[in-house]
Ligand binder design. Structure first.
Ligand SMILES: Cc1cc2nc3c(=O)[nH]c(=O)nc-3n(C[C@H](O)[C@H](O)[C@H](O)COP(=O)(O)OP(=O)(O)OC[C@H]3O[C@@H](n4cnc5c(N)ncnc54)[C@H](O)[C@@H]3O)c2cc1C
Length: 403
């Protein structure tokens, strides 16, 4: 054996064995960091390939991070900003962009300040990432479903018709939450950890849509149509008025899209507390209410109401549909009433869409169950990484992915 080979062999046998379970972005990043630290890394996933949800996220352009100031960025994490701030100090938005560049993917800042890959796709990034991990020696074991531990502390995996046992010096659980289970994160880990005494907050939909009891006519006619620009306004649980401009999409059962997701944690919690929640829409942001009322009060002669609304308020399509949805025929003839509702149109959200349809999950392993290295306090050597979104926070994040 040559000296160099001997050195490599000694390094390998003395390097800690790290098992990563879950091949989403959190597991891949954990593998990258553990490998760079000199560990022998084996990654397991129960699907046939890694990063399925990451690839689906790419269909929406893959928002990688945000370019806003670090202080503002951290504040978005609400009650978790202490913990998340520590992680972001080690791997911030600039570092995310440099990391993507290192994998051959340039990024750009969109008009909203959000950061995307130049080609708005996830596949090239994922391909480059996996190639790099394989080259660094990470072993990939697909179709291995984690089942927990045996009595001797070995990891149990179902593979084909067999059960395999794996021993590791450290384990990273990167199993995702409960959203889009078809992409792998089916939350089957919850009872496995709960049985070991790990404190877990119930999983709940985050960044999710909401149901509204649309009329059949409205749903059929306008489902899939974006409402933009629009301001959404509502009373938060502390009695404050929250207001934000953006866009959302009408669905067959209600509403979804970025402006709704931005408030979804608060809206979900408000529905849980109050039963339903009312939001108000300003369909004509930037138009003065009095001026609008004056414009709409002009005689319309033989013109239809739709034409009158289009000419004097710039309202047509789905926005006109919303107006017809909430006003009676008599109210629609009252220009002052129409102007008022265009500036403050009420919608009642009845329930969040199920977690299976949500972009991400709230709840999961509680921070109190983890030490500062994100190791489970009552399972030494077992670490957690991955999606987590607390109730009062507006961004999902991947815990422990780099720290
Ligand atoms: C439509 C959509 C659009 C999105 N857009 C964005 C976006 O633009 N920007 C953004 O930041 N986020 C976006 N997200 C959210 C993002 O995809 C998730 O936050 C992210 O994938 C979470 O990473 P993760 O590694 O924690 O979990 P996951 O990606 O869910 O990975 C968990 C992995 O664990 C595996 N696994 C689970 N249980 C077991 C088991 N028992 N045994 C073995 N393996 C198991 C799963 O197969 C999976 O591969 C989007 C999500 C969706 C659904």
């Amino acid at each position: 054996m040559q000296l160099q080979e001997l050195a490599t062999y000694v390094d390998r046998v003395s390097a800690p064995r790290v098992a990563i379970i879950g091949g989403g972005p959190a597991g891949l990043m954990a593998a990258e960091v553990a490998c760079a630290a000199g560990a022998q890394v084996q990654l397991y996933d129960h699907l046939g390939s890694v990063g399925r949800k990451f690839l689906v996220a790419g269909k929406g352009g893959l928002n990688l991070t945000h370019s806003e100031d670090a202080d503002v960025f951290v504040a978005r994490y609400g009650a978790c900003q202490g913990e998340v701030g520590r992680w972001l100090a080690q791997f911030d938005a600039t570092a995310v962009r440099a990391w993507a560049r290192g994998l051959g993917v340039e990024t750009f800042v969109g008009s909203s300040g959000r950061v995307f890959p130049l080609d708005l796709k996830a596949a090239p990034l994922l391909r480059g990432w996996v190639r790099c991990l394989r080259a660094s020696g990470v072993g990939f074991h697909m179709q291995h479903r984690w089942l927990g531990w045996d009595d001797d502390g070995a990891l149990r995996f179902a593979h084909a018709d067999d059960e395999r046992r794996v021993r590791a010096d450290a384990v990273v659980l990167a199993l995702g939450g409960g959203s889009w289970p078809v992409l792998g994160s089916d939350a089957a880990w919850v009872p496995l950890l709960a049985d070991r005494g790990v404190a877990i907050a119930p999983l709940a939909p985050a960044n999710c849509g909401f149901d509204i009891d649309w009329s059949e006519h409205f749903a059929q006619r306008h489902a899939g149509h974006p409402v933009k620009p629009v301001i959404v306004e509502y009373n938060d649980t502390n009695g404050g008025r929250v207001r934000r401009q953006g866009e959302f999409v009408v669905t067959a059962t209600g509403v979804e899209g970025s402006l709704i997701y931005a408030f979804s944690a608060q809206l979900r919690d408000a529905i849980a507390a109050r039963g339903v929640v009312e939001i108000r829409l300003d369909l004509v942001p930037g138009r003065d209410a009095q001026r609008l009322a004056r414009d709409l009060s002009q005689p319309r002669g033989s013109r239809s109401l739709s034409e009158h609304l289009r000419r004097h308020a710039g309202i047509d399509g789905v926005k006109a549909g919303l107006l017809y949805e909430v006003l009676s025929k008599v109210q629609l003839q009252d220009s002052a009433c129409v102007a008022g509702v265009l500036k403050s149109l009420p919608l009642t959200l009845t329930r969040p869409r199920p977690i299976e349809e949500a972009i991400s999950s709230a709840g999961g392993v509680r921070f109190a169950a983890l030490d500062e290295h994100l190791m489970l306090k009552n399972l030494p050597g077992v670490f957690c990484a991955g999606v987590r979104c607390d109730s009062n926070q507006r961004r999902n994040f991947v815990i422990g992915s780099r720290a």
